[in-house]
Design a protein around this ligand. Structure first.
Ligand code: ADP
Length: 609
């Protein structure tokens, strides 16, 4: 009986590789991007920055300001008065989130420019005009009064429109601008120039590790404050100049918060969204608090995915039972908690690709193990029952020659027998032990063939020679039964395989034909070749078989009742070996037979003519 074979390990790794590719592919689809976004937002909720704002303040032009100061028409006058008040308060820097790109009446603009001149560190804003790659920027009199002009372009997520990051630099019309909040940060630090390299930015002694990313500028994830930033309404300031003290040493962001003006959805926002000016203040706070988050690099994501896909393969290849499932469950948990774990170190890791790789690989390798183990179990059960059957058969079949040998040897030793009788008994012992030896040999051949231990040679041989050799070997059997053995037409053909095994097969068919035919009949063998196919047919005029019996004869130990009644001592093994030999040669067996009319066994093989 065969030892249960250890399941192969390679398939696990192949499955893992396929899962890895699928997982990676899934991880880079738009749906995955959305899922990763939601997960990121959730992580932000779990890791809310609790500390209050450092020094940003939103000076808001809110609804009540617009109502009190005649709305948008008088906006520049309101702004002039506001800047006068702000200048007196002594802020660190002031950023105005209003695009002042066109001229109003000359006197209004002159007054506003003069008010701007009183603010020492002023940032004005520019934006890229929609549908035109051009900057919409402050008119020259205003620009002249400012220390910097920063961009206020919102970099909304392409899939869900949420504002999660800002491009610290933005180029349009071949002119590059830094983000308004970055300019405010620079001025608040003292106004030194920004020193840039491919990999980062330097302002004074501070470095901002944001590398250039092609046309995405230098993206920086915005770390929105959880507690609302301090706000002051322009109306409150103008009506109550003492409140100006709140602006001292603050970085003041002036902009619209009134209804009907642009608002963007943020990871924390309610349905109302957040006014742009407040987003800029949050960008400033992210820079000032150095509360940076970085997207994990593609290489690290791919490496994590490789690890997560391969690990289940290792687990299922080397562990079995509940151990494997328990470790696999831990791996899935690990894949899910990976983004959480690295988030606290400021790294944003996607969820979908690693989780998909882990899940697919665990399910793939787990199912493979489940089915492989079941198959193995079935295989070893089949092996065991086959073995029992064989033992049963051997002990049963060997009994009769053994009894005969035993009985005869006793006869010789106990009684005085005539020489002739003695010779007769000796011949009988000889033939019975030969039968026994043949039975054992056949039995071993079957076992070895089934276990794949019997090597199948692959060499070309002439099939017609094989048939002639077999016919000559079977001729004495036929002569003894007075059966005419006719070798018919033999088309020359070459078969690739094992000549000895093929001889075994053909001889078996011939000896069966002789065995199961009465005296005076004829056995024919011929060989035809047609279009790459060789047909070796052995036909007889013997006892034959019915349909049901034909279906069963290939099974080991099966003998038809007709064959048993014919008095021939068969083993029921020969045809099962023939079947296997033919199969090993890439061919098949065809049987045509009718009870009492004879049988025709045909071996069909691939061959060269
Ligand atoms: P064995 O001949 O030793 O019993 P085989 O496997 O060669 O074993 O054949 C299985 C059975 O198939 C035989 O017992 C017999 O019943 C049937 N059989 C095989 N060849 C023939 C034949 N030429 N004519 C009729 N029956 C056959």
């Amino acid at each position: 009986m065969s030892e249960p074979r250890a399941p192969k390990k390679l398939p696990y790794f192949l499955i893992a590789a396929a899962c890895l590719l699928t997982g990676l592919f899934a991880g880079w689809t738009p749906i995955a991007a959305r899922i990763d976004n939601y997960y990121y937002d959730w992580l932000l909720m779990l890791n809310k920055p609790e500390q209050p704002a450092q020094d940003a303040l939103v000076l808001e032009i809110d609804d009540q300001t617009l109502v009190a100061y005649k709305g948008n028409r008088q906006l520049r006058r309101t702004l002039t008065r506001t800047l006068d008040a702000v200048a007196q308060a002594g802020p660190k820097a002031v950023a105005i989130d209003l695009i002042l790109a066109d001229e109003d009446d000359a006197e209004t603009d002159r007054a506003l420019a003069a008010a701007m001149g009183k603010v020492p560190k002023l940032v004005l804003s520019a934006d890229i005009m929609r549908n035109a790659e051009r900057w919409e920027e402050p008119i020259p009199p205003f620009a002249a009064q400012s220390k910097a002009i920063g961009h206020v372009h919102a970099d909304l997520d392409q899939y869900d429109g949420v504002s999660r990051q800002v491009q610290l630099e933005k180029v349009a019309d071949r002119k590059r601008r830094w983000a308004m909040a970055l300019e405010a940060y620079r001025l608040a630090l003292g106004g030194e120039q920004i020193v840039e390299s491919q990999r980062d930015l330097h302002i004074g002694g501070k470095s901002l590790p944001f590398p250039q990313r092609g046309d995405r500028g230098r993206p920086m994830l915005i770390r929105y404050r959880w507690k609302p930033l301090p706000r002051l309404s322009v109306k409150t300031l103008l009506e109550n100049p003492a409140r100006g003290a709140e602006l001292k040493d603050k970085v003041v962001f002036i902009g619209m918060t009134a209804q009907g003006h642009d608002r963007w959805v943020t990871p924390y926002s309610t349905s109302l969204g957040m006014p742009g000016v407040e987003i800029h203040a949050n960008i400033y706070e992210t820079l000032a608090a150095r509360d940076f988050l970085f997207q994990a690099s593609n290489i690290s994501i791919v490496l994590a995915c490789i690890l997560l896909a391969i690990a289940p393969a290792v687990v299922f290849a080397f562990l079995g039972g509940w151990h494997a499932y328990a470790v696999a469950a831990i791996q899935i948990l690990w894949a899910h908690s990976l983004p959480h774990a690295v988030f606290s170190s400021g790294i944003v890791f996607p969820i979908l690709a690693p989780a998909a790789c882990a899940w697919l690989s665990v399910v793939g390798c787990g199912s493979y193990q489940y089915f492989a183990v079941r198959k193995q179990l079935r295989h070893s059960e089949a092996g065991r029952s086959r073995y029992q059957q064989a033992i049963h058969f051997v002990s049963h079949e060997m009994k009769s020659p053994l009894t005969a040998i035993q009985g005869s040897s006793e006869l010789i030793s106990r009684y005085n027998l005539t020489d002739e009788k003695r010779k007769q008994i000796a011949l009988m012992i000889n033939s019975e032990s030969k039968r026994l030896a043949k039975m054992i040999q056949t039995f071993l051949d079957v076992e070895r063939l089934e276990e794949g231990q019997m090597e199948l040679k692959r060499e070309p041989f002439a099939a017609d020679d094989t048939v002639i050799v077999c016919a000559e070997r079977a001729r004495p059997l036929a002569d003894r039964k007075k059966i005419a053995l006719e070798v018919g037409q033999l088309a020359p053909a070459e078969v690739l395989g094992d000549r000895e095994l093929m001889e075994y097969a053909v001889y078996n068919l011939l000896s069966n034909a002789v065995k199961y035919s009465p005296s005076g009949t004829q056995v024919n063998v011929d060989m035809r070749y047609d279009a790459g196919q060789l047909r070796i047919a052995v036909s007889d005029q013997g006892i034959g078989m019915d349909e049901k019996e034909i279906k069963l004869i290939g099974k080991r130990f099966y003998r038809t009742r007709r064959a048993e009644q014919s008095g021939e001592a068969g083993t029921g093994i020969g045809l099962s070996i023939v079947g296997q030999i033919v199969q090993h040669h890439g061919g098949k067996m065809e049987v045509a037979s009718a009870p009492g009319k004879g049988s025709c066994f045909t071996i069909v093989l691939p061959a060269k003519g």
